[in-house]
Design a protein around this ligand. Structure first.
Ligand SMILES: [Zn+2]
Length: 307
């Protein structure tokens, strides 16, 4: 979904330790440091102060940032090679070219080189549509249709890392249980309809409860069961193609437990427009927002302009 400024990042977010591997625990320490540093910058958000304090991050920091974002280890040499690729992409001046090149590289580094993910530069700041496999990204400033400015390059980079983190979450949820993920997506859509004054679902539910002498809660459960079994409500066609050939996770492995939490959060997800506080609290978003400090640090390393 949409990206909001760094000041929204809560400095006291507990990392979900129950779903972390040792590997992740190792790299969660620099993450906290990163967030602390960034919130300090956010507090003293005068540009002059930031410029005076600014320093290019060390290569080993970038090594950790890449590991944290892409979920695998990199040697220092690999880190330098990878940073060089992003440096070259940075030098693109045309908005569409910059975004397209960046998408190609991130897609590969996140492990989706051969996956059909459609890139859309269509006015949406940032969004991942897991039902259709569409990634949306657009610079915030519409005046920069052709020429992409430094600050937009940075926002776009941070946004795309955020959205690809959602792609990864979708993959892990799918490989944990496609059936349960499909139910969660149906439930999420149904709840959104119940809260939508232009949708007939709420009236239908009340009518059903009245006629069948059920409580609203019972009627809702019954209605959801109908929807779960309806072929029209199947939401995993794209994911079947993208992730269907990947091995499923064994129950109670770390990935599986992680997938279960993603599925649960998918069921509870509300859009930022509907309820910003709820949206921002959702673990899918929380985790994706947590990549911002790492992405920003990488960006500081790859760009020749430092501010
Ligand atoms: Zn998001």
């Amino acid at each position: 979904m949409m990206i909001y400024p760094i000041s929204h990042i809560n400095t006291h977010i507990p990392f979900k330790s129950d779903i972390n591997s040792k590997k992740e625990k190792n790299i969660s320490t620099p993450m906290k440091v990163g967030i602390g540093t960034l919130s300090a910058l956010a507090v003293t958000s005068g540009a002059v102060l930031i410029r005076r304090k600014a320093q290019k991050p060390m290569i080993w920091k970038v090594q950790e940032d890449f590991s944290r974002i892409f979920g695998r280890e990199f040697t220092l040499d690999e880190t330098r090679d990878l940073a060089d690729k992003y440096k070259r992409i940075y030098h693109n001046r045309n908005t569409a070219t910059y975004i397209t090149e960046l998408n190609k590289q991130l897609k590969e580094d996140f492990g989706y080189k051969n996956t059909n993910i459609t890139l859309n530069i269509d006015g949406t700041l940032g969004a991942w549509d897991k039902v259709n496999g569409r990634l949306h990204v657009t610079p915030a400033d519409q005046k920069t249709h052709d020429r992409v400015l430094h600050r937009h390059k940075r926002d776009i980079f941070v946004t795309m890392v955020h959205e690809y983190t959602h792609v990864k979450q979708s993959e892990i949820a799918y490989r944990t249980s496609p059936e349960e993920l499909n139910k969660a997506l149906i439930k999420r859509n149904y709840n959104a309809n119940l809260n939508d004054k232009y949708s007939p679902e709420k009236e239908l539910l009340e009518k059903m409860a009245r006629e069948q002498n059920l409580t609203l809660e019972e009627a809702k459960e019954k209605r959801l069961e109908e929807l779960y079994n309806s072929p029209n409500e199947y939401r995993l066609k794209w994911m079947d193609e993208a992730f269907g050939n990947m091995e499923k996770f064994q129950p109670y492995t770390e990935e599986y437990m992680r997938g279960l939490s993603y599925i649960e959060e998918n069921g509870k997800y509300v859009s930022a427009e509907q309820n910003f506080a709820e949206y921002r609290k959702n673990w899918l978003e929380e985790e994706a927002y947590l990549t911002a400090p790492f992405a920003k640090e990488i960006f500081s390393y790859i760009t020749p302009i430092f501010r």
